[in-house]
Design a protein around this ligand. Structure first.
Ligand code: GLY
Ligand code: MN
Ligand code: MN
Length: 407
């Protein structure tokens, strides 16, 4: 029902004769006969709830047609059950279902009466050739409408995001408790693999498990180095539940105790993150948390003599302070409206993830070299303020150190 309501709401924003065409992702070959695990296209998933590959949904105010794979007893022995054409109308609340092989012959009939087609050619490349041929200049992007809807999460989506957050929080806690010097980064990463699989979820993105200076490589995913006593460990990992992501980063000492220099830098990042979160409520510009975090980090680094007044902060903090979160880890939805920063609204979910990254540099006191710290939480905007979905995970220095002592 939820997907039916979403299709209805979407159509209510489009012209009377609109026809929406949305296809799922193509399957990706890994090698030989082996595919990567299939992940449905997020717009398609959001509007249909259908998770099989090779599917196209076509709907207007009058009718909903789904194209999907035929039943195939021989293939189903290898790949598992398929819904099939005859059960699809009931299961998916569609008026009609056809084999995806009939797309070429059936689509012209569906398109014939439409005034405007709403379709996005990327990243759903499955049937681009067919649709391009049929649609010739008569289409508009669906994304502008579907992505605005996806930006505001309904109760069911929030429930799934909270579940996703809880599983990830628990995995991060276990990682903090089990980390010690001389383990390899992949051994800590395996805690997340196991926890996510145990909960019937998977990684929402490739995790970053970065000891010491590896944390200064923002997209470090090798996760294959040994953890050294005295270093910090930065972990950015989150799972997805029915497609909904959580995205958490914590940074903590490999040996359970922050050094004086690590404490100083950590406290700046934490102060920046807490102040940025504090600012988030309906009506506040979405750029505000970044402005607040940047200001605090800049001042903190100046106070420690790491940054000169008027110096280039991007040397130490070179990414944004957050992004929308949902079916995509970097979720859809515009950050600006009419060339202005938009405001937060209830139902949006954003990450808040300031950081400081200090590489070896002759001009900086060596006690700070190799310190890379990010703290990231997932924040739901509520009617009056916000709720930190990942708030159960420790991040104050004392709390991290006592959790790690509990091993
Ligand atoms: N884990 C991806 C990000 O933090 O944006
Ligand atoms: Mn993030
Ligand atoms: Mn992250």
């Amino acid at each position: 029902m939820i997907h039916q309501n979403r299709r209805k709401e979407l159509l209510s924003q489009l012209d009377e004769g609109a026809l929406v065409i949305v296809s799922t992702n193509p399957e990706q070959l890994r090698n030989g006969d082996v595919h990567y695990p299939f992940r449905p296209n997020s717009d398609f998933w959001y509007l249909t709830g259908f998770t099989e590959p090779q599917a196209v949904a076509v709907f207007s105010k009058d009718t909903y047609t789904i194209f999907l794979r035929d039943k195939d007893p021989a293939r189903e022995i290898w790949d598992g059950k398929r819904l099939g054409v005859s059960d699809a109308p009931h299961a998916l609340k569609a008026d009609k279902a056809y084999s995806v092989d009939k797309l070429k012959t059936q689509l012209p009939k569906l398109i014939a009466d439409a005034t405007t087609l709403y379709y996005d050619f990327k990243p759903c490349t499955l049937d681009d050739k067919i649709i391009e041929h049929l649609a010739k200049n008569q289409y508009q992007s669906l994304a502008a409408y579907a992505h605005e809807m996806r930006l505001i999460k309904d109760d069911k989506e929030i429930e799934l995001m909270q579940k996703s957050a809880n599983i990830s929080v628990n995995a991060h806690q276990l990682a903090m408790q089990q980390t010690r010097a001389d383990l390899f980064e992949f051994e800590v990463a395996s805690i997340f693999d196991a926890e996510f699989r145990k909960n019937n979820t998977e990684h929402a993105y490739t995790p970053i498990v970065a000891g010491g200076e590896n944390a200064c490589v923002l997209h470090y995913i090798e996760n294959n180095k040994v953890l050294n006593d005295g270093d910090l460990l930065l972990i950015d990992a989150g799972c997805e539940v029915e497609g909904y992501a959580s995205d958490i980063t914590r940074t903590f000492p490999v040996n359970g105790t922050f050094s004086a220099a690590q404490r100083q830098i950590y406290q700046i990042v934490l102060d920046a993150q807490l102040a940025a979160i504090e600012s988030i409520k309906p009506g506040v510009m979405v750029v505000k948390p970044h402005q607040i975090a940047t200001h605090i980090i800049q001042q903190g680094l100046i106070d420690l003599g790491i940054l000169q007044v008027g110096g280039d902060l991007s040397q130490f903090y070179m990414h944004g302070t957050g992004h929308y979160l949902g079916l995509d880890v970097h979720d859809v939805g515009a950050y600006q409206k009419n060339d202005q920063h938009r405001q937060y609204e209830p139902g949006m979910v954003t990450t808040v993830e300031p950081g400081i990254y200090i590489r070896k540099d002759d001009k900086i006191n060596p006690i700070y070299w190799g310190i890379g710290i990010r703290i990231e939480d997932d924040v739901l905007i509520t009617n009056n303020g916000n709720k930190v979905l990942t708030g159960a995970l420790v991040k104050e220095i004392d709390n991290i150190e006592s959790l790690m002592r509990e091993k």
